[in-house]
Design a protein around this ligand. Structure first.
Ligand code: UDP
Ligand code: MG
Length: 319
């Protein structure tokens, strides 16, 4: 089997609309490039024709391989599945299927890789998405950077070029709850950002629901930061202090004047305050516990239903 210098991995979930555009852009890149590149398309349990289109393509063009997962595992796990099967000798490029990550940046990113950078991550200088979405992203990355125990670069998604050894390290990391852009920072080596303006998706609709997006954000926070759990201690100490101060004031008033405090309001206030603090605290502990729970089960992270690689070669062997 031919070993390519570079693999491009592309997770696809119900992307039949953008698929022809995607393949056109990638094929053009492959035709023009002097590098040897092999593309691995991953179908993340699509319910439309994505998997069929992918398979057809892999049979007629050996530069494209296909991996079909047994169901929808989510973007991060689809990438994880792809990374586990890449065979490039030099580097792996991760891009989205909706052409929001211009594949043409590969050559420049690979130049940086050859200069000694193991991770070249794309940094979104501008984004052509809705006002609220962009605002939410910006705020989130800034909060995450403040509280995470590792330095996660601002405004960078999964779009990146990873050296072979970084891919090997990522494949050896057994964590169940995967936040690849965080794991990628965690591994270390020499890393560099590469700025670009992020276009809007070229066809179809976003495959990330709001819940999935929130889940991803929560993974970023809870997988890479002990801040929330430390914050509980802070919360406990500060609410208790407020309680004690309030108690002393009431006591002084009670004995120094005829004033009798109006107890009902105070009690309602305290119940809500402490009830809320306790529930939030239990929830935060729960977030960590959920992660331990799933990690301990040690289920496989993904299931590959079908893999169509280097079809011409397989055929030869079969005969
Ligand atoms: N995707 C996936 N599995 C999912 C959701 C999304 O493989 O469960 C893929 C999707 O097909 C696309 C990429 O992940 O190639 C990014 O998704 P999308 O463009 O919908 O996310 P957004 O850019 O809106 O955040
Ligand atoms: Mg997109």
């Amino acid at each position: 089997m031919m070993i390519p210098e570079i693999n491009i991995i592309i997770p696809l979930y119900n992307e039949e609309q953008v698929f022809p555009l995607l393949i056109k852009r990638i094929s053009k890149l492959l035709d023009q490039s002097t590098l040897s590149i092999s593309v691995l398309l991953v179908d993340d349990g699509s319910s439309d024709a994505t998997a069929v289109l992918m398979k057809q393509l892999s049979f007629i063009d050996a530069r494209f391989s296909s991996m079909i997962l047994s169901r929808n595992f989510g973007h991060q796990l689809a990438l994880t599945a792809a990374l586990s099967r890449v065979n490039a000798s030099e580097a792996v490029l991760i891009i989205d299927g909706d052409l929001q990550d211009p594949p043409e940046m590969l050559e420049d990113m690979f130049t940086l890789c050859k200069e000694g950078y193991d991770v070249v991550y794309a940094v979104r200088e501008t984004r052509k998405e809705g006002f609220f979405k962009v605002g939410f992203y910006k705020l989130f990355y800034r909060i995450l950077q403040k509280i995470a125990s590792i330095d996660i670069p601002l405004d960078s998604g999964d779009f990146s070029l990873l050296s072979r050894r970084v891919v090997d390290v990522l494949n050896d990391m057994p964590e169940e709850s995967r936040y690849l852009r965080g794991m990628r920072s965690w591994v270390g080596f020499k890393q560099i950002g590469y700025k670009y303006s992020r276009p809007d998706r070229q066809a179809g609709n976003t495959q990330y629901s709001l819940i999935q997006l929130l889940k991803l954000a929560m993974n970023g926070v809870f997988n890479f930061s002990e801040f929330p759990i430390k914050f509980i201690t802070f919360l406990g100490v500060s609410t208790m202090s407020i309680g004690v101060i309030y108690f002393i004031i009431t006591l002084i008033k009670r004995f120094s004047s005829d004033y009798v405090p109006d107890g009902f309001t105070a009690i309602v206030f305290l119940i809500i305050l402490f009830g809320g603090v306790q529930l939030i605290s239990i929830g935060i502990i729960g977030e960590y516990l959920i992660r331990v729970f799933f990690q301990v089960k040690k289920r496989p992270l993904f299931i590959i239903k079908e893999l169509i690689v280097d079809k011409k070669e397989v055929k030869k062997k079969d005969i």
